[in-house]
Design a protein around this ligand. Structure first.
Ligand code: PMP
Length: 287
Protein backbone atom coordinates (compact mmCIF):
# COMPACT_ATOMS: atom_id res chain seq x y z
CA UNK A 1 0.00 0.00 0.00
CA UNK A 2 1.31 3.43 -0.89
CA UNK A 3 1.66 6.07 1.81
CA UNK A 4 -0.47 9.20 1.65
CA UNK A 5 0.44 12.04 -0.63
CA UNK A 6 0.44 15.75 0.16
CA UNK A 7 -1.64 17.58 -2.46
CA UNK A 8 -2.49 21.28 -2.17
CA UNK A 9 -2.76 21.35 1.60
CA UNK A 10 -4.39 17.95 2.13
CA UNK A 11 -3.04 14.46 2.75
CA UNK A 12 -4.75 11.95 0.49
CA UNK A 13 -4.42 8.34 -0.59
CA UNK A 14 -2.50 7.87 -3.85
CA UNK A 15 -5.71 6.96 -5.76
CA UNK A 16 -7.28 10.26 -4.68
CA UNK A 17 -4.23 12.36 -5.53
CA UNK A 18 -5.33 13.63 -8.95
CA UNK A 19 -4.74 16.89 -10.80
CA UNK A 20 -6.46 18.52 -13.78
CA UNK A 21 -5.42 17.74 -17.36
CA UNK A 22 -5.36 21.54 -17.70
CA UNK A 23 -2.52 21.68 -15.19
CA UNK A 24 0.43 23.46 -16.79
CA UNK A 25 2.73 20.82 -15.40
CA UNK A 26 0.94 18.28 -17.58
CA UNK A 27 0.56 20.53 -20.64
CA UNK A 28 3.90 22.38 -20.65
CA UNK A 29 6.11 20.80 -17.96
CA UNK A 30 5.74 24.25 -16.38
CA UNK A 31 7.06 23.46 -12.93
CA UNK A 32 10.00 22.51 -10.74
CA UNK A 33 10.81 19.76 -8.25
CA UNK A 34 13.17 18.59 -5.52
CA UNK A 35 14.27 15.22 -4.16
CA UNK A 36 15.42 15.14 -0.54
CA UNK A 37 17.01 12.04 1.02
CA UNK A 38 16.03 11.39 4.64
CA UNK A 39 17.90 9.25 7.15
CA UNK A 40 16.50 8.28 10.54
CA UNK A 41 13.55 10.60 9.89
CA UNK A 42 15.83 13.59 9.21
CA UNK A 43 16.02 15.27 5.78
CA UNK A 44 19.62 15.70 4.61
CA UNK A 45 20.53 19.27 3.70
CA UNK A 46 16.96 20.50 4.00
CA UNK A 47 17.96 24.17 3.96
CA UNK A 48 20.09 23.67 0.87
CA UNK A 49 17.24 21.85 -0.89
CA UNK A 50 14.71 24.55 0.00
CA UNK A 51 17.13 27.27 -1.10
CA UNK A 52 17.60 25.52 -4.44
CA UNK A 53 13.83 25.15 -4.71
CA UNK A 54 13.56 28.92 -4.21
CA UNK A 55 16.13 29.50 -6.97
CA UNK A 56 14.36 27.09 -9.35
CA UNK A 57 11.03 28.81 -8.67
CA UNK A 58 12.57 32.26 -9.17
CA UNK A 59 14.01 30.94 -12.44
CA UNK A 60 10.48 30.28 -13.73
CA UNK A 61 8.91 33.41 -12.25
CA UNK A 62 7.24 31.77 -9.25
CA UNK A 63 7.49 32.09 -5.49
CA UNK A 64 7.61 29.30 -2.93
CA UNK A 65 3.93 28.77 -2.07
CA UNK A 66 4.71 27.19 1.33
CA UNK A 67 7.92 28.46 2.92
CA UNK A 68 10.40 26.70 5.15
CA UNK A 69 8.29 25.96 8.23
CA UNK A 70 5.31 24.67 6.25
CA UNK A 71 7.60 22.43 4.18
CA UNK A 72 9.21 21.07 7.35
CA UNK A 73 5.77 20.20 8.69
CA UNK A 74 4.86 18.41 5.43
CA UNK A 75 8.12 16.44 5.47
CA UNK A 76 7.65 15.46 9.13
CA UNK A 77 4.14 14.16 8.42
CA UNK A 78 5.23 12.18 5.34
CA UNK A 79 8.21 10.70 7.17
CA UNK A 80 6.13 9.72 10.20
CA UNK A 81 4.35 7.07 8.10
CA UNK A 82 7.53 4.93 8.08
CA UNK A 83 9.79 6.31 10.83
CA UNK A 84 12.33 3.50 10.71
CA UNK A 85 13.08 3.47 6.99
CA UNK A 86 15.29 5.83 5.05
CA UNK A 87 13.12 7.81 2.67
CA UNK A 88 13.35 9.99 -0.42
CA UNK A 89 10.89 12.88 -0.44
CA UNK A 90 9.80 14.09 -3.86
CA UNK A 91 8.12 17.45 -4.16
CA UNK A 92 6.80 19.23 -7.21
CA UNK A 93 5.28 22.65 -7.82
CA UNK A 94 3.61 23.63 -11.07
CA UNK A 95 2.06 26.89 -12.20
CA UNK A 96 -1.33 25.23 -11.76
CA UNK A 97 -4.34 24.83 -14.04
CA UNK A 98 -5.72 27.54 -16.34
CA UNK A 99 -9.04 27.52 -18.24
CA UNK A 100 -7.38 27.44 -21.68
CA UNK A 101 -4.11 26.07 -23.03
CA UNK A 102 -1.98 29.13 -23.64
CA UNK A 103 1.81 29.33 -23.33
CA UNK A 104 1.67 32.73 -21.62
CA UNK A 105 1.41 32.75 -17.83
CA UNK A 106 -2.26 32.91 -16.78
CA UNK A 107 -3.32 36.19 -15.12
CA UNK A 108 -4.28 34.22 -12.04
CA UNK A 109 -3.61 30.61 -11.18
CA UNK A 110 -3.08 28.62 -8.02
CA UNK A 111 0.09 26.53 -8.00
CA UNK A 112 -0.28 22.78 -7.78
CA UNK A 113 1.84 21.50 -4.90
CA UNK A 114 2.60 17.81 -4.43
CA UNK A 115 4.91 15.98 -2.03
CA UNK A 116 5.35 12.29 -1.46
CA UNK A 117 7.82 9.93 0.10
CA UNK A 118 9.16 6.54 -0.81
CA UNK A 119 11.65 4.17 0.83
CA UNK A 120 15.28 4.79 -0.04
CA UNK A 121 16.85 1.34 -0.23
CA UNK A 122 20.43 0.88 0.98
CA UNK A 123 23.11 0.83 -1.70
CA UNK A 124 23.65 -2.54 -3.36
CA UNK A 125 26.94 -4.07 -2.07
CA UNK A 126 28.06 -4.66 -5.68
CA UNK A 127 28.43 -0.89 -6.19
CA UNK A 128 31.19 -0.52 -3.58
CA UNK A 129 32.78 -3.72 -4.86
CA UNK A 130 32.64 -3.23 -8.63
CA UNK A 131 31.36 0.31 -9.23
CA UNK A 132 28.87 1.24 -11.95
CA UNK A 133 29.14 1.54 -15.72
CA UNK A 134 28.44 4.72 -17.63
CA UNK A 135 28.13 5.74 -21.25
CA UNK A 136 29.26 9.03 -22.74
CA UNK A 137 26.64 11.08 -24.60
CA UNK A 138 26.28 14.51 -26.09
CA UNK A 139 24.27 16.76 -23.78
CA UNK A 140 21.01 17.28 -25.70
CA UNK A 141 19.23 19.17 -22.89
CA UNK A 142 18.21 22.83 -22.74
CA UNK A 143 20.52 25.67 -21.59
CA UNK A 144 19.04 26.20 -18.10
CA UNK A 145 19.96 22.94 -16.40
CA UNK A 146 20.58 24.93 -13.19
CA UNK A 147 16.78 25.06 -12.82
CA UNK A 148 15.48 21.77 -11.41
CA UNK A 149 12.63 21.74 -13.92
CA UNK A 150 10.13 18.91 -14.34
CA UNK A 151 10.69 18.86 -18.13
CA UNK A 152 12.92 15.79 -18.08
CA UNK A 153 12.37 14.26 -21.51
CA UNK A 154 16.03 14.57 -22.55
CA UNK A 155 17.15 13.04 -19.23
CA UNK A 156 14.60 10.24 -19.68
CA UNK A 157 15.93 9.43 -23.16
CA UNK A 158 19.58 9.58 -22.06
CA UNK A 159 19.03 7.45 -18.97
CA UNK A 160 17.11 4.92 -21.07
CA UNK A 161 19.97 4.88 -23.60
CA UNK A 162 22.33 4.09 -20.71
CA UNK A 163 20.04 1.35 -19.40
CA UNK A 164 19.81 -0.25 -22.84
CA UNK A 165 23.62 -0.27 -22.98
CA UNK A 166 23.72 -2.05 -19.60
CA UNK A 167 24.97 1.13 -17.88
CA UNK A 168 23.79 2.99 -14.81
CA UNK A 169 24.29 6.52 -16.04
CA UNK A 170 24.89 8.67 -19.11
CA UNK A 171 27.74 11.15 -18.56
CA UNK A 172 27.13 14.21 -20.72
CA UNK A 173 29.37 16.66 -22.57
CA UNK A 174 28.70 19.89 -24.41
CA UNK A 175 31.27 21.64 -26.62
CA UNK A 176 33.87 19.08 -25.53
CA UNK A 177 33.36 19.74 -21.80
CA UNK A 178 31.73 17.39 -19.30
CA UNK A 179 28.58 18.91 -17.83
CA UNK A 180 27.07 16.27 -15.51
CA UNK A 181 25.26 12.94 -15.59
CA UNK A 182 21.66 12.65 -16.82
CA UNK A 183 20.59 12.39 -13.16
CA UNK A 184 23.79 13.12 -11.23
CA UNK A 185 26.89 15.31 -10.96
CA UNK A 186 30.32 14.10 -12.01
CA UNK A 187 33.64 14.14 -10.12
CA UNK A 188 36.95 13.26 -11.73
CA UNK A 189 40.20 12.30 -9.98
CA UNK A 190 43.57 12.96 -11.65
CA UNK A 191 46.46 12.04 -9.37
CA UNK A 192 45.54 13.38 -5.94
CA UNK A 193 43.39 16.17 -7.38
CA UNK A 194 39.59 15.93 -7.30
CA UNK A 195 37.69 18.05 -9.83
CA UNK A 196 34.08 18.73 -10.64
CA UNK A 197 32.78 21.05 -13.38
CA UNK A 198 31.95 24.54 -12.06
CA UNK A 199 28.35 25.57 -11.50
CA UNK A 200 26.81 27.21 -14.55
CA UNK A 201 23.46 27.23 -16.34
CA UNK A 202 24.63 24.03 -18.02
CA UNK A 203 24.34 21.86 -14.92
CA UNK A 204 22.43 21.42 -11.71
CA UNK A 205 24.15 22.54 -8.56
CA UNK A 206 23.75 19.19 -6.81
CA UNK A 207 23.29 19.18 -3.05
CA UNK A 208 25.34 15.97 -2.79
CA UNK A 209 28.03 17.57 -4.97
CA UNK A 210 28.27 20.67 -2.78
CA UNK A 211 28.22 18.70 0.46
CA UNK A 212 30.83 16.23 -0.76
CA UNK A 213 33.14 19.04 -1.90
CA UNK A 214 32.89 20.57 1.59
CA UNK A 215 33.51 17.23 3.32
CA UNK A 216 36.56 16.56 1.15
CA UNK A 217 38.05 20.01 1.80
CA UNK A 218 37.40 19.72 5.54
CA UNK A 219 39.32 16.40 5.43
CA UNK A 220 42.26 18.11 3.71
CA UNK A 221 41.58 16.68 0.25
CA UNK A 222 41.85 19.22 -2.53
CA UNK A 223 38.64 19.52 -4.51
CA UNK A 224 38.46 22.04 -7.31
CA UNK A 225 35.61 23.37 -9.38
CA UNK A 226 37.24 23.15 -12.76
CA UNK A 227 36.23 22.50 -16.36
CA UNK A 228 36.67 18.82 -17.25
CA UNK A 229 37.23 18.04 -20.93
CA UNK A 230 36.24 14.70 -22.46
CA UNK A 231 39.91 13.55 -22.74
CA UNK A 232 40.49 14.42 -19.05
CA UNK A 233 37.43 12.32 -18.17
CA UNK A 234 38.67 9.46 -20.31
CA UNK A 235 42.16 9.52 -18.80
CA UNK A 236 40.99 9.97 -15.21
CA UNK A 237 42.21 7.73 -12.41
CA UNK A 238 38.73 7.75 -10.88
CA UNK A 239 35.29 9.02 -11.83
CA UNK A 240 32.39 9.34 -9.40
CA UNK A 241 28.76 10.32 -9.81
CA UNK A 242 26.80 11.95 -7.00
CA UNK A 243 23.10 12.36 -6.32
CA UNK A 244 20.73 12.44 -3.37
CA UNK A 245 19.54 8.90 -4.03
CA UNK A 246 22.81 7.33 -5.24
CA UNK A 247 25.13 9.15 -2.82
CA UNK A 248 28.72 8.92 -4.15
CA UNK A 249 29.04 6.07 -6.65
CA UNK A 250 32.30 4.99 -8.31
CA UNK A 251 32.18 4.76 -12.11
CA UNK A 252 34.52 1.98 -13.21
CA UNK A 253 33.83 1.89 -16.96
CA UNK A 254 32.76 4.52 -19.48
CA UNK A 255 31.60 3.35 -22.87
CA UNK A 256 33.13 -0.07 -22.27
CA UNK A 257 36.58 1.36 -21.40
CA UNK A 258 37.83 0.89 -17.83
CA UNK A 259 38.27 4.00 -15.66
CA UNK A 260 41.76 3.87 -14.12
CA UNK A 261 42.35 0.33 -12.95
CA UNK A 262 38.68 -0.58 -13.49
CA UNK A 263 37.81 -0.93 -9.81
CA UNK A 264 36.57 1.63 -7.24
CA UNK A 265 39.59 3.75 -6.32
CA UNK A 266 41.17 4.78 -3.02
CA UNK A 267 39.94 8.38 -3.13
CA UNK A 268 36.39 7.14 -3.74
CA UNK A 269 36.71 5.00 -0.60
CA UNK A 270 37.73 8.06 1.36
CA UNK A 271 34.95 10.20 -0.17
CA UNK A 272 32.39 7.49 0.56
CA UNK A 273 33.62 7.14 4.13
CA UNK A 274 33.20 10.90 4.66
CA UNK A 275 29.69 10.83 3.19
CA UNK A 276 28.58 7.76 5.17
CA UNK A 277 29.98 9.34 8.31
CA UNK A 278 27.96 12.50 7.61
CA UNK A 279 24.80 10.37 7.21
CA UNK A 280 25.49 8.64 10.51
CA UNK A 281 25.87 11.97 12.30
CA UNK A 282 22.62 13.16 10.70
CA UNK A 283 20.82 10.03 11.91
CA UNK A 284 21.91 10.67 15.47
CA UNK A 285 20.99 14.36 15.25
CA UNK A 286 24.56 15.66 15.28
CA UNK A 287 24.45 17.74 12.08
N1 PMP B 1 22.17 16.67 -11.97
C1 PMP B 1 20.99 16.23 -12.41
C2 PMP B 1 20.62 16.46 -13.83
C3 PMP B 1 20.12 15.55 -11.54
O1 PMP B 1 18.92 15.12 -11.99
C4 PMP B 1 20.53 15.31 -10.21
C5 PMP B 1 19.67 14.54 -9.24
N2 PMP B 1 18.37 14.94 -9.21
C6 PMP B 1 21.76 15.81 -9.79
C7 PMP B 1 22.56 16.48 -10.70
C8 PMP B 1 22.24 15.61 -8.38
O2 PMP B 1 21.62 16.54 -7.51
P1 PMP B 1 21.42 16.20 -5.97
O3 PMP B 1 22.76 15.85 -5.42
O4 PMP B 1 20.89 17.47 -5.40
O5 PMP B 1 20.47 15.06 -5.89
Amino acid sequence: MMAEIYLNGAYVAAEQATVSVMDRGFLFADGVYEVIPCYGGRPLGVDRHLERLGRSLAGIGMRDPLGRDAWQAVFARLLAAAPDTDQAIYLQITRGAAPVRDHRFPAASTPTVVAMSKPLPPRAPSIAEHGVRAILCEDIRWSRCDIKAIGLLAAVLLRQQAAEAGAEEAILYRDGQVTEGSTSNVFVVAGDCVMTPPTSPRLLSGITRDLLAELLRAAGIECMEQAVSVPVLQQADEVWITSSTREVAPVTAIGGQPVGTGVPGPLWREADRLYQDYKMRLRSGHV
